[in-house]
Design a protein around this ligand. Structure first.
Ligand SMILES: Nc1nc2c([nH]c(=O)n2[C@H]2C[C@H](O)[C@@H](COP(=O)(O)OP(=O)(O)OP(=O)(O)O)O2)c(=O)[nH]1
Length: 244
């Protein structure tokens, strides 16, 4: 097998939104992992044939996968917003063809994801805590935790969907003020986008959910999250540590 000591592709500009490019990086298939697609979770390992890598970083600015044990393979993908699209930087240590194949898979998947519908999630922040809610249905996901939110309706902005869903689900008015992490793929044509928001007034009450909990950076990992949310927990944890 041919190996590159380090295959660094020259940075390239692609006419696709950085959010779609980062979303493509949340799926194992884009790295070339065989078998059914699954989501890449920071801190967890992914198998690429006989190689095993740990996801060291996965955020809106790219992905870093580092060697596990005696493995020598590594992948580093940078995603940066530029006029008219994205600047993509790819560096790999591994079989020679990897870098070019990786670029092809990222651009093909990102082109599809650029058209995806969006589910907004809302990380309501208060006193260095974030609000989570426990699903009551359907049976497959009952008991798992998620963020207030839902599908953005046609013609609606993300921010309007965040405000509407928080009023419907929690009975509170929120002020969305940023995003956390990459868009996470939920289905071929659907992504989860997590917003942060403040809720200066009111007490949230669960309307369709079993329970609500305010979680801190220390307890964020203590509840069983929906699979897509697990991708975002490390980025949210970092955000909580930075919030005053
Ligand atoms: N609101 C919300 N939905 C999430 C999160 N994580 C995650 O995978 N999802 C999924 C669950 C749902 O399949 C979908 C949200 O769609 P929806 O607004 O129509 O919610 P729903 O509970 O009625 O689900 P569905 O009947 O449409 O499947 O996104 C999250 O943190 N918040």
């Amino acid at each position: 097998m041919g190996w590159t000591v380090k295959g660094i592709m020259p940075p390239m500009r692609i006419p696709l939104p950085p959010r779609a490019v980062a979303a493509a990086l949340t799926e194992s298939g884009v790295l070339g992992a065989p078998g059914p697609r699954h989501l890449l979770v920071p801190g967890e390992d992914v198998r690429l044939g006989e190689h095993r890598l740990r996801i060291a970083h996965l955020d809106a600015d790219g992905l870093r996968a580092v060697p596990v044990g005696r493995q020598v393979v590594a992948i580093d993908v940078g995603v940066e917003a530029v006029d008219g699209g994205t600047e993509l930087t790819v560096a790999v240590r591994g079989p020679k063809a990897w870098a070019a194949e990786l670029v092809d898979r990222i651009t093909q998947r990102a082109a599809v994801l650029a058209e995806a519908r969006v589910v907004v999630g809302t990380a309501v922040l208060r006193d260095r805590q974030v609000l989570a809610q426990q699903r009551a249905y359907p049976p497959e996901t009952a008991g798992l935790w998620e963020f207030p939110g839902g599908r953005v309706e046609p013609g609606e902005s993300d921010a309007d969907a965040v405000r509407r869903e928080c009023r419907e689900e929690l009975g509170i008015d929120v002020l969305p003020n940023g995003t956390v992490g990459p868009d996470v793929v939920l289905a071929d044509d659907l992504v989860l986008r997590l917003y942060t928001a403040h809720a200066p007034h009111g007490t949230p009450r669960p309307h369709d959910h079993q329970a609500l909990a305010w979680l801190t950076e220390h307890t964020l990992d203590s509840v069983p999250w929906l699979p897509a949310d697990r991708v975002l927990i490390p980025a949210l944890c970092t955000r909580l540590t930075q919030t005053r």
